[in-house]
Design a protein around this ligand. Structure first.
Ligand code: ADP
Ligand code: ASP
Ligand code: MG
Length: 407
């Protein structure tokens, strides 16, 4: 008998028929003799609807109240799924995050899980009860409801699997695994049998929203194998686990992209010590995260300075730069929201040269201009105009033969 944590995403719970179908899947797992803990997201579209409701009553809603509202989406699905299970003679009990003491820090809308009370869950499991837990939410030490950031139900599931020492954490979604790139963008994208934590972490942090980054961080830290599966069709899915020799020997495992960044440039910045700190220090003080940074070599005592931030922080960052520009006598401030970041990810890059040149050639052959480049041990990212997103990703997918498995 194994202990399995199953997480079902929004599309898997998009209607009452779908909720019944999920109940049947849970019952089938239980019929194999396993203990099951189920984590659910809100019904598809529900969290977006709640966000829009909040924005229609307040321009920037108070984060504490925003979380109280957002957490209601998952309360609907835990109860409906538990009802559907009980009605089919499968004992089940629903729990909100607070009820199973998913203790988080107080960073509303992006809280981190600190601790989970496994005792209450075990008490049900030993009686053969299916435990249904609301994803995406927790409670802080003051008793305030918190949420874990968009896509946070993945993290609830992995954190529960870690706390309960589950045998496997299954993430059921609308695709039948992790693909070489988003199958909605490239139809030739190929399902991966296995991908290691490190690569999945890069894919997630570079924009592949199939799993929340923190879920992968948790899985890697506590060594919880994750399997991404479709709730619509049977199949082996994709196993996300520590790197081992049975994994594909591909140079590149996948291509991630991110449409959520914006680019800011200061032209003609004085070229002297302390300038980068002066600019980015003020950006950091405003709690804005910076991703890529480029500073050109100076000429005539000035230089150009470019960096990217999340779309949501773009206006705020631009205002700060205008103030800095006045203060430092900068020639011009430029902003550009029409960009995307495309990244190649693969542990094979560690030991192979020439990947960057193949990448740049593939983009050049399509006439795609590269605006920024950044590299690390297992990834290369470029920023290009957003109109080239699909063309660029497809060209790279073909250039690295990602539609065919490496042996
Ligand atoms: P859920 O609601 O089940 O959490 P998500 O929408 O969060 O589902 O994640 C699944 C989606 O992730 C897929 O529909 C797919 O478009 C997208 N996706 C992005 N990159 C990938 C990838 N490399 N492999 C599979 N799916 C991906
Ligand atoms: N319902 C939340 C969201 O839409 C959490 C999740 O689905 O994982 O982001
Ligand atoms: Mg998701």
């Amino acid at each position: 008998m194994a202990l399995i944590v199953q997480k079902y995403g929004g599309t898997s719970l998009g209607s009452t028929e779908r909720i019944i179908a999920v109940a049947e899947k849970v019952m089938a797992t239980r019929a194999q003799g396993h203990n099951v803990v189920v984590v659910v997201s809100a019904m598809s579209g529900e969290t977006n609807r709640l966000v829009a409701l909040a924005k229609s009553v307040a321009e920037s809603p108070k984060a504490r109240e925003f979380d109280v509202l957002l957490a209601t989406g998952e309360q609907v699905t835990i109860s409906l799924l538990s009802m559907a299970l009980s009605a089919r003679k499968c004992p089940a009990r629903s729990y909100t995050g607070a009820q199973v003491h998913i203790l988080t820090d107080s960073a509303h809308t992006k809280a981190r899980i600190l601790e989970i009370d496994d005792q209450r869950i075990y008490a049900d499991l030993v009686q053969g009860i299916v435990v249904v837990v609301a994803g995406f939410q927790g409670i802080d030490t003051e008793g305030n409801i918190t949420t874990l950031g968009r896509g946070g139900s993945d993290t609830t599931a992995v954190a529960l699997a870690a706390a309960l020492k589950a045998d496997e954490c299954q993430i059921y979604t609308d695709v039948d695994g992790v693909y070489t790139t988003d199958p909605r963008v490239v139809s030739q994208a190929r399902r991966l049998e296995k991908i290691c934590f490190e690569e999945m972490l890069e894919m997630a942090s570079l924009g592949s929203k199939v799993l929340q980054i923190r879920a992968v961080e948790f899985a890697s830290k506590y060594n919880v194998p994750i399997r991404v599966l479709s709730s619509f069709k049977e199949g082996p899915g994709t196993l996300i686990a520590p790197e081992d020799e049975t994994m594909e020997k591909a140079l590149i495992s996948g291509i991630a992209f991110n449409r959520d960044e914006a680019k800011l440039t200061l032209l003609g910045v004085p070229d002297k010590p302390g300038i980068a700190y002066h600019i980015l220090g003020q950006i950091a003080d405003a709690n804005i995260e910076v991703d890529m940074i480029i500073q050109n070599i100076g000429a005539d005592g000035t230089t150009d300075f470019t960096f990217t931030v999340h779309h949501n922080d773009y206006k705020k960052a631009l205002d700060i730069l205008h103030d800095i520009a006045k203060e430092l006598g900068v020639r011009e401030v430029q902003g550009d929201v029409s960009i995307v970041k495309i990244s190649l990810v693969g542990v094979g890059m560690r030991s192979h040269a020439g990947i960057a040149s193949t990448m740049f050639k593939a983009l050049a052959d399509e006439g795609i201009n590269i605006q920024m480049i950044s590299t690390s041990e297992i990834k290369i990212s470029v920023v290009v105009h957003e109109k080239y997103l699909e063309l660029g990703v497809r060209a790279l997918h073909a250039a690295f033969n990602l539609d065919k498995a490496a042996i």
